[in-house]
Design a protein around this ligand. Structure first.
Ligand SMILES: [Mg+2]
Length: 297
């Protein structure tokens, strides 16, 4: 996948062994990057950091661990989500996030740096991403017809579209979503550059070069961080591309994750937490990197 990308990749991490760049200011009392086992934290939002409660503050356990870790080390946090900025900003406000992420990967494909609480896009990546999708989506018209016909005639799911996917599907329940997923996967074999991005009962479509995983690799190239220095945490289908050791050496999924995620994480030596949501993320973070003992020092 990454080999087909056409973007400049600075300080590209040949897996596990790229040089570490220390840009800490002189006199910084914190340990240097080279001493930190972890420099980049990539977390999904819904179902991973957040449960599905509404209007109550987010579980503070993740933010407390993040603050502890940052007392010792530099650590960049990226929220890697299917949401768009307006929705994410509203959620962070309503759930009273005490710490904001440094970077955002939005709609599973676009990259932004959060600057004074506003997202500033990575022009090179996002422009190429938009152009690639425009070309791809215009070239798969027969697929759109096939999907609309199936969903409209064989299911009760809702068909939508937005700026990121000319066809979006919202199934009524997981069983219906599973049936749609099987149909879509079967039909996608005729369109090798097109992939389905599913989160629970929600579906959108994307180019195979643009996933949470490829975005994370590109962000690593911008930051001079390796997969070995990266932890990724997610719970659902759309997280599978980043829950891979080619993207992140440290893999975590909370206890509420779907079986497919648990299986993939476990098969690569990652951590399947007993606790759900943010508690599970911290449980895995502690287990893989010993951050519980760090917090007690
Ligand atoms: Mg999720």
């Amino acid at each position: 996948m990454a080999s087909e990308l056409k973007y400049p990749r600075q300080n590209v991490a040949t897996p596990w062994e790229s040089p570490i760049i220390d840009d800490s200011p002189d006199g910084d009392p914190r340990m240097l990057h080279a001493d930190s086992p972890l420099r980049l934290l990539s977390t999904d939002l819904d179902g991973t950091l957040l449960d599905f409660a509404r209007g109550v503050p987010a579980d503070p356990v993740f933010f407390e661990r993040l603050a502890y870790y940052r007392e010792q080390y530099d650590l960049v946090w990226v929220i890697n989500t299917g949401r768009w900025w307006d929705s994410l900003a509203l959620e962070m406000a309503e759930r009273a996030f005490p710490i904001r992420p440094d970077w955002l990967i939005l709609t599973e494909r676009e990259i932004y740096k959060l600057h004074h609480d506003r997202p500033v896009g990575d022009y090179t990546w996002n422009r190429q991403c938009a152009a690639t999708h425009q070309d791809l989506f215009a070239s798969v018209t027969p697929f759109w017809h096939e999907i609309r016909d199936f969903v409209g005639s064989q299911t009760g799911a809702e068909l939508r579209s937005d700026s990121w996917s000319p066809v979006m599907i919202v199934a009524r329940h997981l069983r219906e979503a599973d049936r749609i997923h099987r149909f879509v996967e079967e039909r996608l074999t005729a369109w090798p550059k097109l992939t389905v991005v599913r989160n629970s009962v929600y579906f959108r479509f994307a180019h195979t070069d643009y996933t949470k995983g490829s975005c994370l690799l590109y962000l690593q190239s911008l930051l001079g961080v390796t997969p070995r220095q990266t932890l990724a945490a997610g719970d659902h289908y759309n997280d599978l591309p980043m829950l891979d050791r080619t993207c992140a050496h440290h893999l975590v999924c909370p206890g509420n994750s779907i079986p497919e995620v648990k299986t993939k994480v476990a098969s690569q030596g990652g951590y399947v937490a007993r606790a759900d949501y943010a508690g599970g993320v911290v449980e895995g973070w502690d287990a893989l990197l010993g951050t519980a003992s760090l917090a007690k020092r």
